[in-house]
Structures are given as structure tokens and as C-alpha cells.
Design a protein around this ligand. Structure first.
Ligand SMILES: *[C@@H]1O[C@H](CO)[C@@H](O)[C@H](O)[C@H]1NC(C)=O
Ligand SMILES: *[C@@H]1O[C@H](CO)[C@@H](O)[C@H](O)[C@H]1NC(C)=O
Ligand SMILES: *[C@@H]1O[C@H](CO)[C@@H](O)[C@H](O)[C@H]1NC(C)=O
Ligand SMILES: *[C@@H]1O[C@H](CO)[C@@H](O)[C@H](O)[C@H]1NC(C)=O
Ligand SMILES: *[C@@H]1O[C@H](CO)[C@@H](O)[C@H](O)[C@H]1NC(C)=O
Ligand SMILES: *[C@@H]1O[C@H](CO)[C@@H](O)[C@H](O)[C@H]1NC(C)=O
Length: 468
């Protein structure tokens, strides 16, 4: 049994009952949606950095070692004591490259944009330009040769943090925004991004005094360079998420091409090649460009119609897994209406379902607790095709073994679903790791699929590059 189930962590940290659905203010205006920043490639300060009030800790060490020891429990690497806000991080190179760079970005505990400098201190990239300027600071930290471990120490708390790992270098830009500097990060969805041809990946983490650490590896945006993570807790346990094997992008691309042959939809277009025609990554369907050609056509339309028709005469129960309890939904006219919800849901289209953040799934200011609980659960149900199957009238209620199974007996009739997410979970070691943005929706008694690790008392966070 894994130790990272967010519901169990909820016992320790009641504010974080379910990561996908808790826009609860945790401190100083920090909201859950500030913690996981996925959809935009900008990370904006939420407050300005004031050099005089900075309390950033100066006890840090950043140096590569050439040890082959990657065992957390008996590491020969000596970290600074993990006192206060310092967090030891090991990056282990299991990829066959001598040219890997590590970058760490996020917001500090005051909401100011930071990156980890090569010196081991936070640097505060800044500019007065409203046109993105290259980050001037020295922020590319070389990872050692294969089988070496790079020990780093975060010199302070980090919100919306990402640990970027790249074969070669990535380009980060800073831009002036109304709240202070914004970081323009590499965007896999943008073919013109200057880092588009670089093989890279990132792990996400948030680390603060109230919550401790929450971290994950993610395929929400794409599958590329494989990463695994480990989190060693002060209580002696270690949570591990192995991620995808080394050849995951190629396997996934081949399977998506096969799916395209079966259903004629544009799954093959998710494979992204560099100028040498080499596969570089596989995008999630939520990252297809908005507007223009729609390679999925009317893919979900009939399923959505069938669902809306079914719930005009049947109850859909959404288990909010929070104070509103179970709420009953019915279609009235064109909209699905849930008891106690401040507004209803129009029929979602392909883009709405794959991204879970547009159309009926976009969250607006003033949406109430019912609405904030229904959006992730309804969107997850469409991605996993768990509506209109036995047990599907209560969401979430079915175990992971029933996700993506609708009409598997009759492949020709199989329900539309997020094939990218289904295949990513099949490829992932242990089947865990976010493959769409609400992949942490799960019945309370079932293992979650997201591969979130968490600890209120972290001792060491490890990222393994190339997990095979
Ligand atoms: C690690 O090995 C590289 C050569 O592979 C060498 O240049 C470097 O000095 C070594 N670093 C340490 C800390 O021993
Ligand atoms: C691992 O660490 C423990 C505790 O420090 C020690 O007792 C043990 O001998 C170590 N094992 C190895 C193989 O170094
Ligand atoms: C890394 O370690 C593995 C397993 O011990 C070994 O098979 C591989 O050859 C090593 N790679 C390098 C570049 O030393
Ligand atoms: C960051 O600020 C820019 C400029 O004001 C804005 O366009 C962008 O949407 C912001 N990004 C986020 C994630 O808020
Ligand atoms: C909601 O319904 C589920 C299954 O029908 C049940 O297990 C759960 O206890 C209910 N929750 C509440 C708060 O009544
Ligand atoms: C250790 O901490 C982890 C993370 O907080 C928790 O999931 C686990 O249950 C704890 N284990 C023990 C034996 O206390």
C-alpha cells in the first residue's frame, strides 16, 4: 500500500482534503490554484521582492559530487541540516547524458519570483520590460555524469515550484507584470518556444511551513524525459513514484498512432518531432492549439448528449467528499443542475473535457463549494468514461480498475475517453502520475492515480532522471 494517498494525508492536513478541489485559502491569500500552476507558461509574482526585507537563508550548498550512491537511507552525501525552511534535494542522473542541466523556479514565501542560483542562493529575476527578457542570472545548475547524484538545498520555502531537468539548456525569460516580475517558462505546447527542441521534464512541488511538501511528477502537459521522485519523511518512511520507463514517449506515440487508425481521431498529432524528425515528446490532448483545426472533430459530442439525456430522468450523484456531502444533479433544458450549486453546466466540448478548465469547467470568482467540487469530478468522469456504466451514477465511486473500460467488450462501440491518459497510466510504473489535471479525483477508499507525495516533515526529496 502506498503512503501518498491525499485522503490519508487529509487526516494530518485537513485543509488539503483533495488537491484538485480545495481552493481553500491556506495562508496569506495562498490558494490551491496558486500552488499548482499548469495551464499557463507564466509564473507571476504575487508580491514584489523587497531586498531589504528578504530573510532568505544563506546556509546552502550546491555542488556536484561524483558519488554513485543514490540510496536515500544511507547516503554518503552530507547535506546541511534541514532546519527551518531549508530542504535537501538530490537529483540522480540515470540518463545517458553528461549534459543535463537543472533549474528550480517558483515563488518564495512572500510571493516573489525566485530561481535557485548556481551559487545556492535564491536569485530574484527582474526586469522593467513588458517584453520578455532572458533571465540574466546564472540559474543553470549542471547535473553530473551518469550515475552521479547532485545534492542541492532549497534555501527557503517555495510555492508553485518546478524542478526542471533538461538534456542541454532551457531558456527562461522574465517580464514585467502589474504584480512584479513574471517568469516565462518553456512551453511544450508552443512549437515556436526557444526550448521546443530540448528534451526536458519537470517535477512540481510546493513547500511551506503550514503544509510541508506536496510534490508530483506530471504528464498533464506532455510525456518526454522520464523522471521519478522519492520523498523521505522524518518518520522513516519513503514514498516513491517511479514514473515512466525510458522509452515511454516512443511507446505512447506508437499506441496513439494505432488509436488514430481505429477511430480516425487526431491522436497521432500529439507526437512532436524535432527538426531532425526525431520524436521529442508526446503532448497531452489538452495542449493542442486552441482554435484552428480540431483534430478530434465531434469526438465527445454523442457521449455528452447521451449523458445529458440520461440525467434528464435519472439522478447523477456527485460525492463532493467535503462538507456539502452527496449532491444530486439533473439536466434541465441544456444544462446540468446540481442541488446547492450556484450555477449549472452547459455541455462540454472536446477541449473542455481534455483541459478541464474551459467552458462549463472554468471556475469563476464566486463559485461555491458545490460548484468547486462538481467541476473536477464531472470532468474526471468524462476523461475516464465512467459515466453511463454500471455504478456510474455516483461520481466518484468506481475503483481505478473501472476507469477507461466503457464498452471494452465491444471496441467498435467504446466510449470516447482520454486515450492519452489511459495509455499513460498503462505505461507508468505502478500506474500512477498525473495524466490530466484532475487525475487526483478518486473515491475516498481507493488509491489515487495522481502520484502525489506529501509530508509535513520532509527530510529529503529526490528526483531521478531516467527512471528505467
Ligand atoms: C566530477 O567528475 C568530473 C569529471 O567527470 C570532474 O571534472 C569534477 O571535478 C568531479 N567533481 C567532484 C566534486 O569530484
Ligand atoms: C546505514 O546507516 C545506518 C544508520 O546510520 C547504519 O547503522 C548502517 O550500518 C548503514 N549501512 C550501511 C550499509 O552503510
Ligand atoms: C550506471 O550504473 C549502471 C548500474 O550500476 C551501470 O550498468 C551503467 O553502466 C552505469 N553507467 C555509467 C555511464 O557509468
Ligand atoms: C502573468 O502576467 C501576464 C501579464 O500581466 C498575464 O498576461 C498572464 O496571464 C499572467 N499569468 C498568470 C498565470 O497569471
Ligand atoms: C455519499 O454517498 C456514498 C455512496 O453512495 C456514501 O458512501 C457516502 O457515505 C455518502 N456521503 C455522505 C456524506 O453521506
Ligand atoms: C509517515 O509519514 C507519511 C507522510 O506524512 C505518512 O503517510 C505515513 O503514514 C507515516 N508513517 C508512519 C509509520 O508514521
Amino acid at each position: 500500500m502506498h503512503l501518498s494517498n491525499p485522503f490519508r494525508l487529509a487526516l494530518l492536513l485537513p485543509l488539503f482534503e483533495l488537491a484538485s478541489s480545495t481552493p481553500i485559502i491556506v495562508h496569506d491569500g495562498l490558494k490551491k490554484e496558486d500552488i499548482w500552476v499548469r495551464k499557463e507558461n507564466t509564473l507571476n509574482s504575487t508580491s514584489r521582492h523587497d531586498a531589504h526585507s528578504s530573510s532568505s537563508n544563506s546556509i546552502t550548498n550546491v555542488h556536484a559530487t561524483n558519488t554513485t550512491d543514490s540510496d536515500d537511507t544511507n547516503s554518503t552525501i552530507v547535506h546541511q541540516a534541514a532546519a527551518s525552511s531549508n530542504l535537501p534535494i538530490n537529483i540522480v542522473n540515470k540518463w545517458n547524458s553528461n549534459n543535463i542541466k537543472v533549474y528550480i523556479s517558483g515563488l518564495d514565501d512572500k510571493g516573489a519570483l525566485v530561481m535557485l542560483g548556481k551559487s545556492g542562493q535564491w536569485v530574484y529575476p527582474t526586469t522593467s520590460s513588458s517584453t520578455p527578457q532572458p533571465v540574466p542570472d546564472s540559474v543553470a545548475i549542471p547535473l553530473g555524469k551518469p550515475n552521479s547524484t547532485l545534492p542541492l538545498t532549497l534555501p527557503g520555502y517555495l510555492i508553485s515550484g518546478r524542478i526542471w531537468i533538461a538534456v542541454g539548456g532551457l531558456q527562461f525569460f522574465v517580464v514585467s507584470t502589474p504584480n512584479g516580475p513574471g517568469l516565462v517558462q518553456p512551453s511544450a505546447a508552443n512549437q515556436n518556444d526557444p526550448s521546443a527542441e530540448v528534451n526536458y521534464a519537470f517535477a512540481e512541488l510546493t513547500w511551506n511551513s503550514q503544509l510541508g511538501i506536496y510534490a508530483d511528477i506530471t504528464a498533464v502537459d506532455f510525456v518526454g524525459l522520464p523522471l521519478g521522485i522519492k520523498l523521505k519523511d522524518g518518520n522513516g518512511t519513503t514514498q516513491s513514484i517511479a514514473g515512466t520507463p525510458a522509452n515511454a514517449a516512443q511507446v505512447l506515440c506508437d499506441q496513439l498512432k494505432a488509436q488514430k487508425k481505429k477511430d480516425g481521431r487526431g491522436w497521432d498529432q500529439l507526437c512532436v518531432y524535432n527538426s531532425a524528425k526525431k520524436l521529442i515528446r508526446v503532448l497531452s490532448p489538452s495542449n493542442l492549439p486552441a482554435g484552428g483545426q480540431n483534430p478530434f472533430g465531434t469526438y465527445f459530442a454523442k457521449y455528452v448528449d447521451d449523458v445529458w439525456n440520461h440525467y434528464s430522468t435519472n439522478d447523477l450523484t456527485i460525492n463532493t467528499q467535503s462538507s456539502p456531502g452527496n449532491v444530486t444533479c439533473r439536466t434541465k433544458g441544456d444544462k446540468l443542475q446540481c442541488a446547492g450549486d450556484n450555477r449549472g453546466y452547459a455541455k462540454p466540448n472536446n477541449r473542455d473535457i481534455f483541459g478541464c478548465n474551459t467552458g462549463p469547467f472554468s471556475i469563476q470568482q464566486g463559485d461555491n463549494a458545490v460548484h468547486l467540487a462538481v467541476v473536477p469530478r464531472l470532468c474526471a468522469a468524462f476523461n475516464r468514461a465512467t459515466l453511463l456504466i454500471p455504478g456510474g451514477n455516483v461520481q466518484p465511486s468506481l475503483p481505478p480498475a473501472k476507469y477507461y473500460t466503457a464498452d471494452n467488450q465491444r471496441p467498435a462501440d467504446s466510449r470516447p475517453r482520454n486515450w492519452y491518459s489511459q495509455l499513460v497510466h498503462q505505461i507508468e510504473t505502478g500506474g500512477r502520475g498525473y495524466a490530466f489535471s484532475y487525475d487526483d479525483v478518486a473515491p475516498s477508499d481507493q488509491e489515487d492515480q495522481s502520484g502525489l507525495v506529501a509530508s509535513a516533515d520532509p527530510k529529503l526529496f529526490t528526483v531521478i532522471v531516467g527512471t528505467s
